[in-house]
Design a protein around this ligand. Sequence first.
Ligand SMILES: NC(=O)c1ccc[n+]([C@@H]2O[C@H](COP(=O)([O-])OP(=O)(O)OC[C@H]3O[C@@H](n4cnc5c(N)ncnc54)[C@H](O)[C@@H]3O)[C@@H](O)[C@H]2O)c1
Length: 481
Amino acid sequence: MTPKISVIGIGYLGAVHAASMAELGHDVIGLDVDPERVAALQAGRAPFHEPGFDELLRRGLASGRLRFTTDYADLAGAEVHFLGLGTPQRADGMGADLSHLRTAVAALAAVLPARDGADTLVVGKSTVPVGTSRELAETLEQVAGVRLMWNPEFLREGFAVQDTLTPDRLVYGIPDPGVRDQRVEMLDAIYAPLLEAGVTRLVMGYEAAELVKVSANAFLATKISFINAVSEMCEATGADVTDVARALGMDDRIGSKFLRAGVGYGGGCLPKDLRAFLASAEEHGVGEALGFLREVDAVNERRRTRVVTLAEEMLGELAGRRITVLGAAFKPDSDDVRDSPALDVAARLLEAGADVRVTDPEALAGATRRLGPERVVAGTTAALHGAELVVLLTEWREYRDLDPAATSELVEAPRMIDGRNVLDPRDWAEAGWEIRSLGRAPTPRPAPRPTPLPSGQRVLAGTTPSRQDIALAAARQLARA
Ligand SMILES: NC(=O)c1ccc[n+]([C@@H]2O[C@H](COP(=O)([O-])OP(=O)(O)OC[C@H]3O[C@@H](n4cnc5c(N)ncnc54)[C@H](O)[C@@H]3O)[C@@H](O)[C@H]2O)c1
């Protein structure tokens, strides 16, 4: 069977895209250089946790419209090739490492045959620095009939299937948006069900399409760091950042999404995309204009440090102290641990000599790779056992729903740092916890309730009976009896 579509690089983006395109009714082949990943997908096993993806994968395989390969020769003949390669941060600087993309494009160009005069479309989906599409087009378009467009992906991990099948918008980047271009019709034909369902598509130049994506991620990172900078101000002044954020977010022009103060952003996209944007701006001579992104990165970094200093404030010396970290994934509903704030903080606590245990509902494998098996515990109850301090760093529902009274039965000492501002500090303080949250003053624990006096005895308002008073009152009552 000749596939209609190929997807090259079947990581988070590519695997979801391949299965989604099969769901739309296309014949799809996914390719990766990682044979284990290919074997897992071909066997119907999702190599990552993504709600809804397992069913989509199984349906695609069962329909016969979805298959996977490691051999570039199997791609020849497809009409449309999507590029889902990773663009990580370079080892030697802040810019994006385009080597995976360049290698894949060269391998693809080598197997692309002329398709009897019909055009072949290559569609870049990776997040790339401005200028990348034009550079790659030069290599690809040396093969007769091959055309490149850039269609950046905006999916969010945890919502990847939903975002791929019902995106907010589709962005098409072409070399000259002022000229009618057959590429647009070719991609429209692939996305026909989405367009028919009313999804807006925007056609623009290569550079604008590349910039939409990096700007979107830089904006989101800036919004998170903005409220986290305000959080630092709240810590200095005694204001509660959750009050500030709630009121701020009610302004339509600002909006409440991405305005939650906490330990900051992480993952395989925001941190590296922000740095790549900075590096790219410097290369284009406009580094000053985007220089504030350096501060956005620094604010994010400082929040991680703040969790460690809070732990020191609560425990004093950290060496040998038993600390449980709730969460390893960079965000809930994902098992992605790339640049995870939770694991980074756990590593810093370990460096300070603490006896750290980390747990997560889905990301235990990633946590084990980073911290070693002796630091990772499956199951919240087991992980909490014996903790002198609990640090909540990934806001899984399971952790948001923890019952303070029941949880205090499991730990050695009821101390909590809420790194995501998802717990009600009053509830936890009332249950006897010492709780600290980022951007909020410490919540005082209520004074212990006075022991009730024997009936008939009253205490003056504002005074707490001494043991002697209570003993005396009891003796009087006994004497009366
Ligand atoms: N993950 C997301 O949420 C997301 C969202 C939007 C955009 N993006 C962007 O999409 C791109 C991919 O991200 P990802 O998270 O899916 O990365 P990933 O690392 O999960 O996947 C990349 C895949 O490419 C494969 N690969 C590497 N070299 C190859 C080659 N020469 N030929 C074939 N396959 C090769 C790798 O083995 C890997 O499986 C990045 O540019 C990222 O910034 C990601």
